[in-house]
Design a protein around this ligand. Sequence first.
Ligand SMILES: [Zn+2]
Length: 307
Amino acid sequence: MFLKPLLKSKELIVYRILNSRMNLTSKDMSQYLTLQKGYEGEKDFNSLLEKLPITFLILNDLLLEKNNTFFQIDTLQIYQNTIYLFEVKNYEGDFYVEEDRWYSVATGKEIQNPLTQLSRCSSLFRRYLQDIGISNLSVKELLIFINPEFTLLQAPRNKPIILPTQLNRFISDLNSIPSQLSDFHYKLAAKINSDHVVENPYKQLPEYEYAQLKKGVICKSCYSFMSKLSNTELICRKCGFKELLEASVMRSVEEFSVLFPEIKITSKIIHEWCNINSIRTIRRILKKNMTQYYLGRYSYYTFPTQK
Ligand SMILES: [Zn+2]
């Protein structure tokens, strides 16, 4: 059962929106592609786990803290007697290992040893479990290379690594683990989930300002700008995706609030942000879908679930 399903991180969402609305620096662009690739790797790994019979609990993308040290876990899989801690890497191409150092064949450059990262993470997680009084479950950490185009030359043996060619066998090994979950496991998963730190203090976002961003509605499917098809519908001329105006505007409002949580949502600013329809139409859509705080010309809106 997926208790904490995989979602795009807020960081990735911000990069994706900004990439459509401004020119990212090459450093920001490479960070964006890294985040996107990482997310896709985790998604592929999750879809392999989805095929297994449900005898375990899954928590994705956790950020936990131990003595002011933060550590990130891609996927935790809780079985009756064992917790698997997976670090998923979506590396592509040929790599080699020499005396514990990892290099890319294409660039000849050294990369960060992913095993070091894994062992740091698993040792912090073991200490975290001790702190919350869990001693009856063993923790097994594994580095998963998900991309079929990845090769590790001189791969070290007896290390917790699953290469793409071993992945199917590994998944069927998981399939044969006898496991019966009890209330204890659900409570443990809920506890871990509640300790998840929502705001990542280390996330790095590009610098941006409202005025510099290109206004308009971004296509849900290919992220280019959409144009008006009729009074009630928009179309993306690049990929052909069509969407009702109301849905497009509300998507754009969500994007706006992710980028500018501190700016109040008003019909004036959303009209400018979407740059697609009359302010009257925008006001009608906001009124219908959001909670209005009526202050005459200073009226603003919040999402219905927000206080
Ligand atoms: Zn499109």
